[in-house]
Design a protein around this ligand. Structure first.
Ligand code: ARG
Length: 390
């Protein structure tokens, strides 16, 4: 019997995929990754086996996700189209990597996923797994089967006695991990509809956020956030704590008309409190520590980095090369940034670093000014020279 390893979340799509693959004569081994969504391994296992899987691998990948995927992206300051911190996009190559590993262990030459034909995630899964193992055959049931809507999938699941929680199916499509929540479909497809409060799960509404500001101090070591209010934290815990704090202050909601890799414009609503807080603090420290050319170059690089992540090119040579460059820029990026959080705002309050390039004696307009005023005229004469006529 042919064996396939299926990326399984226990949701409607992947549950139907499981049954569909079995009907096509496959033995189905499931793989589920915990990146920080609602996750009950025992429930998943029960459902997978009941739906006919021969085996299920369940892995908590939160640490690897934070250290090897989120952190490089944060150091690169990559944001897609100004509003998306790439939370879903970053998880896909990691899942693909483990899917390929499980296929090797299981000696299977097939992998499968439950992504749709017009989304980005199919591209991310497939490009990643092709780069990691070009020999594998990839099956995407949603591109092949005749089920054309969620309703038809629910009917199919009922017919096949697949254990799905129909009552809990939300009117939106939601993808969640520790770095953020992506919410689309349902009434959000009408651009006139402002998101109702029921789409959000991490953040309070603006009117319920406290009016009193909260100060927090984030410490960095070589670009990595390592402490909160002087207490050391591992990255996963820090992100989880900042999601709570930021969520309380209604921080990190965005609403984006985005360009998908497959050419479609779509609307997605995001929540990512911890991510936006860490981006703000990290960027502030960079302003203090990096020289102006490096800062400028990093801004250009951020745009390209976000494109690579969004388009599923995580394992590409360029992305790897950019990581080395970014890491070089982060060697002196240690210090502390204090932020004031209030009513969806992230306001910088204090900054400090042993490697600060800010020199008060040069910046000051006060008595202790050490700037040599005689330097200015010559500098301006030379600087303007290329633009002057005869
Ligand atoms: N638009 C985001 C991306 O392509 C998220 C996709 C998944 N969204 C969802 N609601 N299931 O990365």
């Amino acid at each position: 019997m042919k064996k396939v390893v299926l990326a399984y979340s226990g949701g409607l799509d992947t549950s139907c995929c499981l049954s569909w693959l079995k009907d096509r004569g496959f033995e189905v081994v499931c793989f589920s990754a915990n990146l920080g969504s609602e996750f009950s391994p025992s429930d998943l296992k029960k459902r997978a086996l009941k739906s006919g899987a021969s085996k299920i691998y369940i892995k908590d990948l939160r640490k690897e996700f934070a250290d090897d995927y989120i952190l490089p992206c944060l150091k690169a300051q990559a944001v897609y189209q100004g509003k998306y911190v790439l939370s879903t996009a970053l998880g896909r190559p990691l899942i693909a990597k483990h899917l390929v590993d499980v296929a090797r262990k299981e000696k299977s030459s097939y992998i499968a996923h439950g992504c749709s034909a017009k989304g980005n995630d199919q591209v991310r899964f497939e490009v990643s797994s092709k780069i990691l193992n070009p020999e594998l055959n990839i099956i995407a049931p949603l591109r092949e089967w005749s089920l054309s809507s969620r309703e038809s999938e629910i009917d199919y699941a009922k017919k096949k006695k697949i254990p799905i929680k129909t009552t809990r199916i939300k009117p939106y499509s939601i993808d969640q991990n520790i770095w953020g929540v992506s919410i689309e479909a349902g009434r959000l497809e009408d651009l006139d509809n402002e998101p109702k409060e029921d789409v959000f799960s991490l953040t309070r509404s603006l009117d319920k956020a406290p009016g009193k500001p909260q100060y927090i101090t984030i410490g960095f070591n070589k670009g990595k956030p390592v402490s909160l209010d002087s207490k050391p934290f591992d990255l996963v815990t820090l992100i989880e704590v900042l999601n709570k704090i930021g969520g309380k202050h209604s921080i990190g909601r965005t609403d984006l008309i985005e360009d998908r890799t497959v050419g479609i414009k779509s609307r997605e609503v995001y929540e990512a409190p911890a991510a936006w807080i860490l981006y703000a603090a990290h960027r502030e420290l960079e302003s203090l520590v990096l020289d102006k050319k490096t800062l400028y170059f990093k801004e250009l690089l951020s745009l390209e980095y976000a494109q690579l992540v969004y388009q599923g090119l995580w394992f590409s040579p360029l992305k790897k090369a950019l990581d080395s460059l970014v890491d070089m820029t982060q060697q002196k990026l240690s210090g502390k940034i204090t932020l004031k959080l209030c009513k969806a705002n992230i306001i910088v309050a204090k900054r400090s670093s042993p490697n600060s390039l800010y020199k008060k004696e040069l910046a000051t307009y006060g008595e202790k000014d050490k700037f040599d005023r005689n330097l200015a005229k010559g500098f301006i004469d030379v600087f303007s020279m290329p633009y002057l006529g005869k």
